[in-house]
Design a protein around this ligand. Structure first.
Ligand code: SF4
Length: 332
């Protein structure tokens, strides 16, 4: 019987799941996902995790609780850096230890360290370290990674064409049709923020679906090409050394400066230190370029009715603005 490996549907799930899934599948491992985020997962996460943590980290604890009795291993990589000379939020670094200390009776955790700050060489080391939990055959691990990486490149390409990651994961071919069917005359709104906030339907309260239902084209940071992100992020007076910060700021600057959006909705989770800087940078640029901007801050107590009212008011204002006066400033 195949060994079962649990992958929590939280934090970097939407960034790397297709890569992990293919890699483990090639090694003959059965991948089991936690349920989608729901009230039970949120409540379990909140009671297991320390109070000071941000909402996505608490929710991640809930996903691990959901998986722990169903699998032989849980995969929680220790992310330190995903790009040369950059870091990601320190909460990722401590995540495997936090989980092990907060949740009892866990199966073995695969917590491979991923640190590409100095060189990409360490990526292969991480791949072999992860693969050797299931086989000592070096060639099998190498070939599994190559196949998985090709699949992952296709997934990323699909997203830069305008497909939301949840859709790209769900129905590969149908998504391509969705891209072709996009209505170019509709409003275009960027939904910005960390991927685990904007793509998790429970945390974002199905924001993307609601906008799409209103016939609005949604753009997210993952859809912007890397060279554009880097170009616009390099305009900051100081180099942004947080990988997600570079992506969020660079992508927002690019769509605003190139007039590709009618407005920006930034989704943030309460207590996020990094967002306190990023929001300010994006909001200042929006103000300077007269692009409508709104911030939705979510925490474990946020109610959907309030969020719906904010979204409706924001989109109504943009529709009115586009129809009547295309140059009214939205600030001050
Ligand atoms: S970047 Fe913010 S939301 Fe993300 S893990 Fe760190 S503190 Fe939490």
């Amino acid at each position: 019987m195949a060994c079962k490996l649990g992958i929590p549907q939280g934090l970097l799930f939407y960034d790397y799941y297709p890569l992990w899934k293919e890699f483990f599948k090639e090694l003959g491992v059965e991948v089991v996902l936690s349920s989608k985020t729901n009230k039970e997962i949120l409540d379990k996460g909140v009671s297991a995790c320390v109070d000071e943590a941000c909402l996505p980290v608490k929710v991640f604890h809930g996903h691990v609780e959901d998986l722990k009795d169903k699998v032989d291993y849980i995969f929680i990589p220790k992310f330190i850096s995903i790009r040369k000379r950059e870091f990601i939020c320190p909460k990722f670094l401590g995540l495997p230890e936090m989980i092990k200390n907060s949740i009892k009776d866990l199966p073995p955790i695969i917590d491979t360290e991923i640190n590409l700050r100095k060189s990409n060489y360490k990526l292969m080391k991480a791949i072999f370290e992860t693969g050797r939990h299931f086989t000592y055959n070096f060639f099998k691990i190498n070939s599994a990674y190559k196949k998985a990486f090709k699949y992952y490149t296709d997934y990323k390409r699909l997203i830069t064409k305008g497909v939301i990651p949840m859709e790209a994961i769900r129905v590969y071919s149908k998504c391509i049709n969705n891209v072709e069917n996009r209505n170019d005359n509709s409003l275009r709104i960027m939904v910005s923020g960390h991927p685990y906030n904007i793509y998790d339907e429970y945390l974002s309260m199905r924001l993307i679906k609601k906008l799409k239902k209103d016939n609005i084209n949604v753009i997210t940071p993952e859809m912007i090409k890397e060279d554009k992100i880097n170009y616009y992020a390099s305009k900051l007076p100081k180099r942004m050394f947080w990988s997600f910060g570079r992506k969020i700021v660079g992508s927002a600057f690019s769509v605003m400066e190139e007039q590709k959006v009618d407005g920006i909705i930034y989704v943030s989770s309460f207590g996020c230190g990094l967002d306190s800087i990023l929001i300010d940078l994006v909001q200042r640029k929006a103000k300077a370029l007269k692009v409508p901007f709104t911030l939705l801050t979510v925490d474990e107590h946020t109610g959907e009715a309030g969020i719906n009212t904010r979204i409706e008011a924001f989109t109504d204002m943009i529709k009115w603005r586009v129809k009547n006066e295309n140059n009214i400033p939205t600030h001050g």
